[in-house]
Design a protein around this ligand. Structure first.
Ligand SMILES: Nc1ncnc2c1ncn2[C@@H]1O[C@H](COP(=O)(O)OP(=O)(O)O)[C@@H](O)[C@H]1O
Ligand SMILES: [Mg+2]
Length: 380
């Protein structure tokens, strides 16, 4: 997958800019608060269907304006396509592919695939289970549109069921709870199975990346990385049989109904699940060093790229926002040497840091660089 160009109009602090990307590496460099992250956010928007950092679409419209537009041209499977995102009336958003309006988010997601690595990515390892579930949901949705649809349905049913539980708690009874439980169990089984399979797949790659990254001499933080999907204990780690999962979930929803009414919310299901991340058997979140956590996050993101390639035959576009300076030399060297054959768009304050990334074996720099200043991008 190659991102060929992007054009912004009144997006964030960018009044008007156009960037043409190298098939290898494109560097966006410049001082702080100039628009580098905004530009990457604009690219990633087409992979995610929303901003990875704005709470509301209105934040994406340039101050004082009423509408914003981004157009991305990319190549996948030998075909060139155009994606457009438009925000109008200050906050209403639409996407188009080749001029045709996409009515569902699942029609957009999966067309343009990208993997983003930013300083916030560390949260996958450092923070609570919600971050890891979001990681899985975003990654799997890019590969399987059905997954995204089922997840939306699950969340909808969950809300309905929770409302009913609260109603029952207030003494109103819980009519039709069994039907909601059945529907919830069905979606839950699909989601948990897909997440567990995906976790197994990234585990294989992440393990290897981690070993390579940390196995170098005079680097002592190596170890055996293991990622495992962890849900309800009654499932016991085997997510292979969807019918079995469905009946376990339904049994849990039914047997614990009193407890759930007391709590006023659904106590079991994929919305409670997690990825267990261990190094040599110890939970990385609790016992890992800052450096180990960072390496794990990098390994997981690179693994996401590998699985995406296995599925579609092409690497996604790799977006590195402001992270290279944070990696120590060994990690940086590893990440950069592993990057050949993949398109990379990277932001940095100091362009020299990332220029090394895109040197071919004979030392020739292959790529474009842009100096970003006040929302403009000047080709250097
Ligand atoms: N909707 C908006 N309209 C105008 N400027 C914005 C908007 N949203 C963010 N900005 C500005 O964008 C700048 C931050 O850009 P960013 O891409 O995060 O910088 P960096 O180059 O450090 O990555 C800030 O100066 C901020 O005020
Ligand atoms: Mg930034």
């Amino acid at each position: 997958m190659i991102c060929k160009s992007i054009e912004y109009k009144n997006y964030r602090n960018i009044e008007a800019a156009r960037i043409e990307f190298s098939p290898h590496t494109t560097i966006l460099y410049g001082k702080n608060a100039q628009g580098k992250t905004n530009m990457l956010e604009g690219v990633y928007m087409f992979a995610l269907g929303k901003s990875h950092r704005a709470l509301r679409d209105s934040e994406l419209v340039r101050f004082g304006c009423d509408s914003a537009e981004i157009t991305l041209i990319y190549e996948a499977g030998g075909r060139t396509s155009t994606l457009t995102m438009r925000i109008y009336d200050g906050h209403k958003r639409i996407f188009e592919k080749n001029g045709v309006r996409l009515t569902k988010l699942s029609d957009l997601i999966g067309n343009f695939r990208a993997v983003l690595f930013s300083p916030d990515t560390l949260a996958i390892v450092r923070d609570g289970p919600g971050e890891r579930r979001a990681f899985l949901d975003v990654a799997i949705s890019q590969l399987k549109p059905v997954y995204l649809g089922t997840l939306k349905k699950y969340n909808h049913i969950l809300m309905q069921r929770n409302a009913l539980l609260r109603h029952a708690k207030a003494g109103g009874g819980a009519p039709a709870i069994f039907e909601w439980s059945e529907q919830l169990a069905e979606c839950a089984a699909y989601i948990a199975k897909a997440r567990s399979e995906y976790t197994e797949r990234i585990n294989r790659h992440a393990k290897e990346f981690y070993r390579d990254m940390t196995g170098a001499k005079d680097n002592s933080d190596g170890g055996d990385l293991m990622l495992r999907y962890r849900g309800t204990s009654r499932i016991g780690g085997d997510y292979s049989d969807e019918a079995r999962l469905r009946s376990i979930y339904l049994a849990q929803f039914t047997e614990n109904i009193e407890r759930e009414i007391m709590a006023g919310s659904t106590q079991y299901g994929p919305h409670k699940d997690d990825i267990e991340i261990t190094i040599n058997g110890h939970e990385a979140r609790l016992y890992g060093s800052q450096g180990q956590k960072r390496s794990i996050a990098v390994a997981m993101k690179l693994a996401e790229g590998e699985v995406s390639r296995e599925e579609s035959g092409e690497y996604p576009v790799f977006l590195f926002d402001d992270v290279l300076s944070e990696l120590d030399y060994i990690r940086r060297r590893y990440v950069t040497s592993g990057i050949k054959g993949r398109q990379v768009i990277v932001t940095a304050c100091d362009p020299a840091t990332c220029r090394r990334m895109s040197q071919s074996q004979d030392g020739i720099y292959q790529g474009y660089s842009y100096y970003v200043k006040g929302g403009t991008a000047i080709r250097k």
